[in-house]
Design a binder for this molecule. Sequence first.
Ligand code: GLV
Ligand code: MN
Ligand code: MN
Length: 399
Amino acid sequence: MTGFDALDLLAEIEGVGRDRRRGGYTRHVFDDAERELRDWFVERAQRLELEVTTDRNGNLWAWWGEPGPDAFVTGSHLDSVPGGGAHDGPLGVVSALAAVEQLKAAGFVPSRPLAVVVFAEEEGSRFGLACLGSRLLAGAVAPDRLQQLTDAAGQRFVDVARDASLDAPGYDAESLARIGVYVELHVEQGKGLIDLDAPVAVGSSILEHGRWRIDVHGQGNHAGTTDIADRRDPMLPAAAAVLAARRAAARRTGSRATIGRLEPVPGGTNVIASRVSAWMDVRADSEADTRDIVAEVQAAVAEAAAAEGCEASVIEESYSGEVRFDPQLRDRIATTLGGIPALPTGAGHDAGVLAAHVPTAMLFVRNPSGISHAPEEGADDDAVRAGVDALARTIEDLA
Ligand code: GLV
Ligand code: MN
Ligand code: MN
């Protein structure tokens, strides 16, 4: 069979969902681009004679052999952040397809069910909750929260899911019970492998992380006629939040706090906003550090809001504790692959959600820019091939 080289597969989708404003890709769950990628995945998986099903949460499963318990599952996601890179997500999917093709061509027959999975809405870029597909599957989203998930255009997840013919999103005990082991290959999102001068590593842990929403209400008004003393401008407490987040994280080793999304309403150059919403992403080595950073930002926002005559609230949208991947599985994979290094990551993954339920591991592939969630993200051809090879050897060993 030809056409299952991971680089060729990436090239096939390089025109899908390009972001004209930032460059890179914007592929959000169930938008046109992501649907096109879903169709492409189904077609490619069927060419490999895998049987594809969609679960009740929109995750795609391509089965080699009968779907069944104790399956070896590998895969990743096809959605992206706004203006994201080509590899975050798709690299794990194309590498899984390429590894299956390589093993089939070599006559390998797995001794347990094997599936390539594509998880839905890993980035949380449309409905705000990262790893939505795997969280729903694992029963980690409360039903009332699910009802409240809404995108920027006001569309509810449950309505979008219904339009996509999803049957009752929520806890999927049956799909979860089939996973015996999950191994996700992913482009590295930092410089760890550059520093180690290695093409591939096995994952050791994921930093704890969470998202908070900051809303500040003030008084919308005219930029030219409103005296400074008369203003109740919600942008000032929002600006205080941005600065406090940086200050608080910089004082705690290993911590990161980011406000990458800020929405003034209505957003006009000559308009004092009525409301500003901001979303803060915090990651740290310990829960204490995370909570301290959030508390510090909350205090700075409250102080600035009081000074400006505004009302502010800070609400936790999600929180995930530190993940330590199964040490036995990690060591076994590292040994099988000739003693490759182990690396922690600050990025969240569906593997982090599944790690609470099944033995889970990750393979990271070197990214020569060290940049991710941006168009500059990348992977050298040799490293991509090394990743596919590593995944194929892992499958041979474990499946
Ligand atoms: C996903 O890539 C995340 O870490 O936010
Ligand atoms: Mn990502
Ligand atoms: Mn990812």
